[in-house]
Design a protein around this ligand. Structure first.
Ligand code: PSU
Ligand code: MN
Length: 297
C-alpha cells in the first residue's frame, strides 16, 4: 500500500481524513466532469478542515491519497478495471490499474485506518433482482467493514425498498443526517424512513463510536441532495425505464450493469442527472469532512 505523505502525516497525528472512491471517476462520470468533480470534492474536504484521500489501485499497488496529476490521468485512462471486493487480488497481482467501488474503497480505507468515506450513491439491489440476483457487493461490505459511508442514498435505477431490506438483514444502520426520509440520489425522499435522524456531526460521531465499540461493521450516513438541486421525479423515472429496457435488450450483465445505466441516464436526461450528481457529491463532502472532524475531537 502506498499512502501519500499528506495522508500518512494526518493519520499519524490523528487528524481528520476522508476517503474518496475512484469508480465514480472512471465509470460514474464522463471526462472532464469526472476530474473537475473529483478535484472540487477534495477542495471541499480541505476547506472543511480534513484531508482527502482518493483511493485506487495504481500499477498493482493500493494507493491512498492520489495526487491531482494521478486523478487527471485516471479520469482519461482507457480500460481501467472496476474493483470491488473480489477484483482487488486479481488486479494487484497483475500489476494493472483499477478504480475502487464503494466496497473496494471501504476495504482499502479500513486497512489504512480511515473511518469516513464520501461518495455520491452506493450500489444496491437492482430492480428485478428476484430473478437476476443482482445485489451489489457494496451492501455486504457495509455489513462487515467498519467505515461510515456518507452518500445521498441510492439511485432509483435500483429497487430502493429491497436495498433497505438487505441493509436491515445485514445489520447496517441507515443514519439520516438532518432527514427522517431515505433519499434516492436526485430525490430527497424515496418513500421510506431512515433508522434514526441526527442533526449534528457530533451526534453522528457518537452513534458511530458506539457501533464500532461493539465491533460491528459499516454504516450509512444518508445526506439528501440540496433542495435547489433536486430533479423532477417523473422525468427521472421515465429516463430510468428507458435505460433499463436498453440494458435488458443489450444483454448487459454483472459489473457492467451499473456503469451502463449511469451512462444511459446521463445521455437520456441531457446532462441534467450529471449536474445534480456533482452538486450532491460536493454536499456529501462537506458533511463527511465535518463528521471526520467530529470523530477525532
Ligand atoms: N452509483 C452511482 N454512481 C456510481 C456508482 C454507483 O450513482 O459511480 C458506482 C460506485 O462505485 C458503486 C458501484 O460502488 O458503482 C456499484 O457497482 P455494482 O452495482 O456493480 O456493485
Ligand atoms: Mn451487480
Amino acid at each position: 500500500m502506498q499512502i501519500s505523505p499528506e495522508v500518512a502525516a494526518a493519520l499519524e497525528a490523528h487528524r481528520p481524513v476522508v476517503a474518496l472512491e475512484s469508480t465514480i471517476i472512471t465509470h460514474g462520470m464522463p471526462f472532464p466532469a469526472n476530474v473537475e468533480t473529483a478535484l472540487a470534492v477534495e477542495a471541499e474536504i480541505r476547506a472543511a478542515g480534513a484531508v482527502p484521500a482518493t483511493i485506487a489501485v495504481v500499477s498493482g499497488k493500493l494507493a491512498v491519497g492520489l495526487s491531482a496529476a494521478q486523478i487527471e490521468a485516471l479520469g482519461q485512462a482507457e480500460g481501467v478495471v472496476k474493483c470491488s471486493r473480489r477484483d482487488l487480488g486479481v488486479v494487484l497481482a497483475s500489476g494493472q490499474t483499477g478504480a475502487t467501488t464503494v466496497a473496494g474503497t471501504m476495504i482499502v480505507a479500513h486497512l489504512a485506518g480511515i473511518r469516513v468515506f464520501v461518495t455520491g450513491g452506493i450500489g444496491g439491489v437492482h430492480r428485478g433482482a428476484a430473478a437476476t440476483m443482482d445485489v451489489s457487493a457494496d451492501l455486504l461490505e457495509l455489513a462487515r467493514t467498519p467505515v461510515a459511508v456518507v452518500c445521498a442514498g441510492v439511485k432509483s435505477i435500483l429497487d430502493v425498498a429491497l436495498t433497505l431490506e438487505v441493509l436491515e438483514t445485514q445489520g447496517v444502520p441507515v443514519l439520516g443526517y438532518q432527514t427522517q426520509r431515505f433519499p434516492a440520489f436526485y430525490l430527497r425522499d424515496a418513500g421510506h424512513p431512515v433508522d434514526a435522524t441526527y442533526e449534528t456531526p457530533a451526534a453522528l460521531a457518537e452513534v458511530l463510536r458506539a457501533h464500532w465499540a461493539l465491533g460491528l461493521g459499516g454504516a450509512i450516513v444518508a445526506n439528501p441532495i440540496p433542495v435547489e438541486d433536486e430533479l423532477p421525479p417523473e422525468q427521472i423515472e421515465e429516463a430510468i425505464r428507458r435505460a433499463l429496457m436498453e440494458a435488458e435488450a443489450g444483454g448487459i450483465q454483472g459489473k457492467a450493469v451499473t456503469p451502463f445505466l449511469l451512462d444511459r441516464l446521463r445521455t437520456i436526461t441531457e446532462g441534467r442527472s450529471l449536474a445534480a450528481n456533482v452538486a450532491l457529491v460536493k454536499h456529501n463532502a462537506r458533511v463527511g469532512a465535518a463528521l471526520a472532524v467530529a470523530l477525532v475531537s
